[in-house]
Design a protein around this ligand. Structure first.
Ligand SMILES: C[S@@+](CC[C@H](N)C(=O)[O-])C[C@H]1O[C@@H](n2cnc3c(N)ncnc32)[C@H](O)[C@@H]1O
Length: 248
């Protein structure tokens, strides 16, 4: 079930939350300052949202490429880049699975639990391209939610009620596709009868680490992000990796 990502962020989430001047900026600044030693000169940000990280690292003279599939997000980012004359930030409206540049990066990031949109099979496709676009001593920084831990601790909420765009929304778990590693979710607004179906990929450090190890990356640092039961992991490129093909 492919998620209509634009609709998702206009209903079940809030794309303006990812505006470069939103509160999210403080969180990304903190992450950047905490993990600064892993940020090299050239940064590639997969699922960049409004490109907040780019506008932060640019101030330290770094160059930045942000990639996102959602036109709303890339518009926010490009508009802000024009407004602030950010010369070292580039943005691409593209599915990360199909993104390959003839350039090499020092640091690759995928932040803010963007991995909830990307199941393990799609991540492998993305990583195959990242392997081609990363320098010898590159780092990858990932920030994602440990869904298996949440389930184990019985903290996964099957029903959530919240307000968005002055409307009440109910978000339900409607099923699971455990061959693809995804929960199937459904949100609806009883007031306007709007609905959105989407998937939420199931991640946990043991899954990510196994995949990354096979693809040639080892964990060098990890921290918990208690604010949203997240984990931040830093991976370092190792010499050897096996290429394996996996069909979806
Ligand atoms: C939760 S937001 C995080 C944004 C930003 N990384 C941050 O930390 O603020 C997740 C982003 O992933 C993007 N996204 C989801 N699937 C994608 C894909 N296949 N390719 C590129 N971007 C994708 C969404 O459009 C959204 O902007």
């Amino acid at each position: 079930m492919p998620t209509d990502i634009r609709k998702y962020y206009r209903t079940a989430d809030k794309y303006k939350r990812y505006h470069p001047e939103s509160e999210r900026r403080k969180e990304i600044e903190t992450l950047y300052n905490t993990f600064k030693k892993y940020f090299g000169r050239k940064i590639l940000d997969i699922c960049c949202g409004g490109g907040i990280l780019g506008f932060i690292v640019e101030k330290d003279g770094k160059s930045y490429v942000g990639v996102d599939i959602n036109p709303d997000m890339i518009s926010l980012a490009k508009e802000y880049a024009r407004k602030t004359r950010a010369k070292k930030c580039r943005f691409y409206l593209v599915d990360a699975k199909n993104f390959l540049l003839n350039e090499k990066f020092d640091t690759i990031t995928c932040l803010g639990n963007a991995l909830c949109h990307i199941n393990v099979f799609d991540w492998i496709k993305i990583m195959e391209n990242i392997n081609k676009m990363s320098k010898k001593r590159a780092y990858i920084i990932l920030e994602y939610r440990d869904v298996v831990k949440l389930l184990y601790e019985k903290q996964w909420k099957e029903v959530m009620v919240y307000e968005e765009n002055n409307k009440k929304w109910v978000d339900l778990l409607s099923g699971a596709d455990l061959k693809r590693g995804e929960f199937l979710k459904f949100a609806f607004s009883p007031e306007s009868n709007e609905t959105i179906e989407f998937t939420h990929a199931i991640w946990s450090p043991f899954i990510m680490r196994a995949v990354m190890q096979v693809l040639g990356w080892e964990v060098v640092e990890e921290r918990e992000n208690p604010k949203w039961q997240g984990i931040i992991e830093v991976y370092k490129k190792e010499k050897k990796h096996c290429e394996f093909l996996i069909s979806n």
